[in-house]
Design a protein around this ligand. Sequence first.
Ligand code: SAM
Length: 262
Amino acid sequence: MSQKQNYGSDPTAVRQSDQYQQEYIEQFVEKWDALIDWDKRGEGEGNFFIDVLRQCGAKKVLDVAAGTGYHSVRLLEAGFDVVSADGSPEMLYRAFENAKARNQILRTVQADWRWLGKDIHEKFDAVICLGNSFTHLFSENDRRKALAEFYSVLNHDGILILDQRNYDSILDYGYSNKEKYYYCGDEVQAEPEYIDEGLARFRYQFEGGAESYYLNMFPLRQEYTSKLMKEVGFQRVDTYGDFQETYRRKDPDFFIHMAEKK
Ligand code: SAM
């Protein structure tokens, strides 16, 4: 694994779903928790996901974008049976260590969403894909494939909870830095360096660090994501804005889609 992020000579031309493997290098992953700040994130989202999962009667949860383990650990602590998957070994290692430090043992599986069924052989009541992760897929085919895999590991009445940044607002009105709910750390600045309809390239600068890190992401429009979910077979998709049922489209930082299989 390269110890430097590699975007070649034209970073804005890098629009591939496999790029995440080179983006989450060890040094960036080590700093990820400063970016998301577990305590402040907990204050922002409260028990939102725990409550939703309990209301659905979910017991077994697959966290497909475990990252450094924030939601997996919270759900384990709340008594859910959790499997933590991610395509990045660096992220899974960090997640395991974070959980251990909180006296939890994570069941980790390295798996790419597009071929989830190759590595995951159980069914779940819920799949969660949180922290603006789905944005890493650059082709519609990959998005459909991943959603179909999420659908297929769910029990017949299962639910997919998937969130995304409010890219509609960024694309239509420009970026405003509120970041109350997700990227809560004080020691980091996260800002878009380049935006068009096919790419949102964000720069992450950490206090005292000379190096900047980047993520190239696909700017998902909210209605497009809901539509795709319905097209792969989810019967009902409800979308929340910053954990609220009603919102003005421009306002929220994040949208959370709840897609029901039944
Ligand atoms: N959910 C975590 C959080 O909220 O902090 C992590 C979010 S991070 C923005 C996105 C995660 O998605 C990374 O851990 C990355 O490795 C994972 N990821 C991106 N594309 C993936 C893919 N195709 N298959 C599996 N994991 C993927």
